[in-house]
Design a protein around this ligand. Structure first.
Ligand code: SF4
Ligand code: SF4
Length: 171
């Protein structure tokens, strides 16, 4: 009897406490800026896609959920003809972002990706590509690396700046 009264008293006291649960999705949880969620493919400041289809992200991915097939434009530049990420396997480790030499692939603080149909978790390039620069404003891979085109070496094309000497960037 005493334990029942004690239980009722505890329940009564708890009814005045602040709730730990929130009314999601009306109330959104706080996500730190470096939260690793939905992956996007970004563009450089000139609007061109950053990805050069090097496949490093795919190799770094521990669950093998990135698939890239390269294409090549008339200047010899590589680009992803196909870029797929299977988010039903992704563990949001961020290794792909670490491996990417062009800052193309980036993780964002967005986790609302639930689907009933697992096939819909496979995102195509058109689903992944955004129009912005993401976390790396001002970075253009080819301005750093230069681009060799038919008959001209890096930095020799019309209106092209000399490639950056990366050794000058060292502290
Ligand atoms: S976050 Fe990790 S698991 Fe997800 S695609 Fe990138 S490397 Fe693969
Ligand atoms: S996203 Fe980055 S690492 Fe992956 S293929 Fe494109 S350039 Fe390479």
């Amino acid at each position: 009897m005493l334990s029942i009264l004690r239980t009722i008293w505890m329940i009564f006291l708890h009814s005045f406490r602040k709730r730990d649960t929130v009314l999601y999705p009306e109330e959104k949880p706080y996500l730190p800026p470096r939260y690793r969620g939905r992956i996007v493919l970004t563009r450089d400041p000139d609007g061109a896609e950053r990805c050069v289809a090097c496949n490093l992200c795919s190799v770094a991915c521990p669950v093998d959920c990135i698939s890239v097939i390269k294409g090549e434009d008339e200047s010899g530049r590589w680009y992803p003809d196909t870029f797929q990420i299977n988010f039903s396997r992704c563990i949001y480790c961020g290794y792909c972002e670490e491996a990417c030499p062009t800052y193309a692939i980036q993780l964002t603080p967005d986790f609302e990706m639930g689907e009933f149909d697992r096939q819909k978790m496979v995102y195509e390039k058109s689903d992944l590509t955004i129009s912005g620069v993401g976390k790396r404003p001002g970075y253009n891979f080819y301005r750093v690396a230069g681009m060799a085109v038919g008959g001209k070496d890096k930095g020799e094309a019309e209106n092209e700046a000399e490639p950056v000497d990366v050794k000058t960037l060292l502290p």
